[in-house]
Ligand binder design. Sequence first.
Ligand code: PMP
Length: 291
Amino acid sequence: MGLLIYLEGKLVPEEQAKVSVFDHGLLYGDGVFEGIRAYNGKVFRLKEHIRRLYQSAQTIMLKIPVSPENLTAAILETLRANKLRDAYIRVVITRGKGDLGLDPRKCPKASYFVITSKIQLYPEELYEKGIDIITVATRRTNVEMLTPGVKSLNYLNNILAKIEGNNAGVSEALLLNQEGLVLECTGDNVFLVRGKEILTPPLYLGILAGITRQAVLELALRAGLTAGEVPFTRHDLFNADEVFLTGTAAEVIPVIRIDGRQVRKGIPGFYTKNLMILFRELARRDGTPIY
Ligand code: PMP
């Protein structure tokens, strides 16, 4: 049996979940989204994801046609309808149906839908062996153009970087800004470990405010590590003790090689391993109950 999708206020079978070819989400990438996960019958940091979604929408002047409370209820209802306890949740808000021009004023009502499905994990062996990443020639969209803090439907910047990573045969691609500072990967935030300190780029440089990134910063402090949000370069990454990525899909995943340079402390490094375990515990413990 196919999945049930929440579309415009009701649950419909996957085959009937259709959007218009005149939807500006499709025509112009005009919209915002969230990727959320449920573990063991609970949705991890749902409130934070909902907040980020409404913030993304606010910045692009998109009015979400449902309240945060009702959207939260819709997500939980969709999970229940699909009898899911462990899931990946995609919430999408688009500018809605308009004409062929790009003017959003021609789109009277935003569209929204919620997809819940079984989670597709990275193969477990990558968590043991670590992933190989490269920095790519494509630079991250500048904050003055379209801040990466907005999780918009316009992911071409990330997709171009992903294609470069694919062409090089690696699992993730790392994006820098115009000055060569490290920002983030195509779908993950990046951290380095140096001594008893973990560092990640600050939000003001123009990265997505990752929910997993925030959880790891909190866990690090509790694990007796100091945590800093500071700008750093590839040179700092090449000479770090450990490097790892964070994201809703990936959780905490170790990096073994960056641009051919082997990460110093090998895989998985002591602190990365600890944070992987602490994060998995936290994700399975905390969350909004589905049932
Ligand atoms: N950066 C980008 C560009 C992303 O798309 C994602 C995934 N949403 C992340 C970082 C990680 O964010 P989160 O931990 O909220 O999934």
